[in-house]
Design a protein around this ligand. Structure first.
Ligand SMILES: *Cc1c(COP(=O)(O)O)cnc(C)c1O
Length: 359
């Protein structure tokens, strides 16, 4: 730590992303990225002529991308905010609407960025425990008067809430802000975007990093009331007016229009997910009901940490959280069919090894 770091940041705990080791070629299933390429339209959009124009700033209002997203979701562009990944969009939401000491809540087991951001910015946050099966208890969120951030489906559990349950939470207190992080919504779930027509206290955040195979391009967006989006843009213009690169704007506009390709990719991930889940259950794994592009699993004979380590030795990265309630689990992204065949083969061998040690 340098002499100069602000006092309030000295106890900061940064978000820890899934590791990206380069010592060998790994099957990378630890960050819920996609092994598939982006839409073919992205290859055309980020072309030579685009590179030639890089001497100029891109549109700070991001009009084209906001309109493209709005068209796909049936909302006006003035109700769409875009950012450098959903993380930045969430950052601008928090920055715009949560000042120090404001009261916020989210589950004890969820996307860790909410906690790290709240902590660094001295927001008074409460982590509401998921129930014993890792479900969000909706009644807790109806009862609280705190602002709310919920990932739906949740990460790392993969469990989801229904839109009608979320609507009950949003409707009960119109002066309380509810942010729904829909990073994994495209994997067969129903979005809360239509509710933003009706409720002025709801922000829905999504990303191009998962279902649109563009994690490296950093594109996320929020849909909410026109007034909320105006506020967020105001904050953006005080902080980083040119937050989106010309590459990201071009790639995003092209990708979002290709809904056929999105459906094709999602369909392939879901088919592989069904197959892998069945195979894992045959091997005696517990698999939490999946709603995203990953599985949250545990096995009676091997701890999450041990499993993560043994897979890494075999060239496969999965995510393990060294936290009390989920220490027995690992989170495994669904890769390509071929990648998952290798994973299943290695898991089979690991379990044989573990059994041999026991007997
Ligand atoms: C992956 C993820 C994000 C981050 O998305 P980016 O657009 O890559 O910043 C946000 N929220 C949740 C719940 C995620 O899993």
């Amino acid at each position: 730590m340098s002499y100069f770091l602000c006092d309030e940041f000295q106890k900061m705990e940064p978000y820890i992303p899934g590791e990206q080791p380069k010592d060998q070629a790994y099957i990378k299933l630890n960050a819920n990225e996609s092994s598939l390429p982006p839409s073919p339209r992205v290859f055309d959009a980020v072309s030579q002529s685009r590179i030639r124009g890089m001497g100029h700033y891109a549109d700070p209002h991001c009009k084209q991308l906001r309109k493209a997203i709005g068209d796909v979701y049936g909302v006006n562009a003035d109700r769409v905010f875009v950012g450098n990944g959903a993380d930045e969009v969430l950052g601008f939401c928090f920055m715009s609407f949560f000042s120090p000491r404001m009261k916020l809540c989210f589950p004890d087991i969820t996307y860790d960025f909410y906690r790290t951001y709240a902590k660094t910015n001295r927001i008074d946050f409460e982590q509401i425990p998921l129930d014993a099966d890792f479900h969000v208890n909706v009644e807790d969120y109806i009862a609280t008067d705190r602002d709310i951030v919920l990932a739906n489906p949740n990460n790392p559990t993969g469990l989801a809430l229904s839109v009608s349950d979320i609507e009950r939470v949003v409707a009960v207190r119109p002066k309380r802000l509810v942010i729904i992080d829909e990073a994994y919504i495209d994997y067969g779930n129903e979005s809360c975007i239509p509710l933003t027509e009706k409720y002025a206290n709801l922000i829905v955040v999504q990303t191009f990093s998962k279902s649109r195979n563009l994690a490296g391009a950093r594109i996320g967006f929020a849909i909410a009331s026109k007034e909320i989006i105006e506020d967020m843009n105001k904050i953006k213009f005080t902080f980083n007016p040119f937050n989106m690169s010309a590459f990201a704007l071009a790639a995003g506009s092209a990708a979002v229009q290709d809904t056929t390709y999105l459906e094709k990719c999602v369909h392939s991930v879901l088919a592989t997910r069904v197959r892998v889940q069945k195979a894992l259950e045959k091997m005696n794994f517990f698999v939490a009901e999946p709603h995203a592009n990953f599985l949250f699993v545990s096995h009676p004979y091997i701890s999450g940490g041990e499993l993560c380590k043994m897979l890494k030795e075999r060239g496969i990265l999965v995510r393990h959280y060294d936290e009390a309630r989920i220490r027995d689990y690992v989170r495994m992204t669904i890769g390509t069919g071929e990648e998952m065949d290798k994973v299943l083969q290695q898991l089979h061998e690991i379990l044989q090894e573990v059994k041999a040690c026991e007997s």
